[in-house]
Design a protein around this ligand. Structure first.
Ligand code: M6R
Length: 364
């Protein structure tokens, strides 16, 4: 039932404050200010590496997870697209563990990668939304996302719930590995607890985002740029846009602009820059200057400080609330999803059932 929404995708975007809150509460004890103990088949303190593998949007949540595990827990992460992981014959350390991320829990390549790790005899965890799925069954521990059924082919709420689980796990790992003090843990847990409220605020930017989408629907090509955890988000934005609006889009690390994609920049290819004000914001501003100097039109998604400090002229600036760094990927996922959604609505595509795509890819 879509309720009073036009599409399941719209409904699922709007459910995010609630499902993020449920998912976080499963892994974090907000009142106590601690991450909950998990019954894991490995000890984070003893791991030398963690392998993460998944497809599509789930892969991109895993990529953001890599930044968190490495930064917060000093745990090196090897992240692969499952269809590459299963064939590339990577050496698997006996002191490693593997995490698979999947909404459906049935994705063929992700399952094959899980079985590859099973043969290598390392402990396996699965972040899944469908708890009765094959991937959940075949893993040693199921780490559920509590997103509820996701019907729209474009993954939205499952993605932000995967991020919620990964952030919580990275905190757990940091505590176990001694890189997160009790004070820092309390601070991170408090910051994460604020994610649902901020997500709700971002949903109220729908009018402005719809207006931007009306413009975007006129273009054939769009480039998304971001640094750090906004780089996977740039790729997620591009994936979402191409999958439901059929507009060609690419997501790049902003620092790669000069290494190729800048050749494409002209007034016919808008550039969506995802850049909250952080320690590398200035670097992204200089990328925007490069784009502007070539007549490129910029849509900037940032916060108040970012908006005031960026001296570059934009086609539109979407200003989000100032949020703590740990929750930025969760919060910035929303405008990216909303932009793709409204653009697809303007294009008149079948938003929930885009052509050529299936909700769960059970064949290779
Ligand atoms: O069910 P899974 O999470 O394993 O699916 C993985 C991808 O097929 C999926 O995320 C796909 O990329 C979505 N349609 C993206 O919106």
């Amino acid at each position: 039932d879509k309720g009073n929404h036009r599409h399941f995708m719209e409904k699922e975007i709007h459910e995010q404050p609630e499902v993020i809150s449920h998912t976080l509460a499963h892994y974090l004890d907000f009142a106590g200010g601690v991450s909950r103990k998990l019954d894991l088949p490995f000890d984070f303190a003893k791991l030398d590496r963690l392998a993460i593998s998944a497809c599509g949007t789930a892969f991109l949540s895993g990529l953001i997870g890599k930044y968190w595990f490495e930064r917060l827990a000093r745990l090196p992460v090897d992240i692969d697209i499952a269809s590459e992981f299963r064939y590339r014959e990577m050496p698997i350390s006996p002191d490693s563990a593997a995490l698979f991320v999947s909404q459906s829990g049935e994705t063929a390549d992700t399952l094959a990668s899980l079985r590859y790790c099973r043969k290598a005899d390392i402990p396996i965890g699965a972040i899944v939304n469908v708890r009765e799925s094959t991937i959940a069954r075949e893993s040693d521990v199921t780490l559920p996302t509590l997103a509820g059924p996701e019907i729209g082919v474009a993954s939205t709420k499952a993605f932000t719930c995967q991020l919620s689980v990964l952030a919580s796990l990275a905190i757990r790992a940091g505590v176990a590995r001694g890189t997160i003090s009790p004070e820092k843990e309390r601070k991170l847990v408090r910051e994460l607890s604020e994610a649902p409220r901020y997500a709700g605020q971002v949903l109220r930017l729908d009018r402005q985002i719809e207006k931007v989408a009306r413009e975007l629907a006129h273009y054939k090509h769009v480039l998304y740029l971001g640094r750090d955890t906004n780089y996977p988000l740039a790729m997620e934005g591009a994936l979402k846009l191409k999958e439901i609006s059929y507009i060609h889009a690419e997501g790049y690390a902003a620092g790669e602009l000069k290494h190729g994609p800048i050749a494409l920049i002209d007034e016919h290819m808008p550039v969506i820059v995802i850049a909250p004000h952080d320690r590398i914001f200035e670097k992204t501003v200089s990328n925007m200057q490069e784009v502007a100097a070539r007549g490129g039109k910029i849509i900037l998604i940032t916060d108040k400080k970012g908006a005031s400090l960026s001296s570059v002229e934009t086609m539109e600036t979407i200003v989000l609330p100032d949020v703590p760094e740990i929750i930025a990927p969760i919060i910035y996922a929303l405008p990216v999803q909303m932009l793709a959604y409204f653009t697809a609505v303007f294009m008149g595509t079948d938003v929930d059932q885009p052509r050529n795509l299936a909700k769960s890819v059970t064949v290779e």
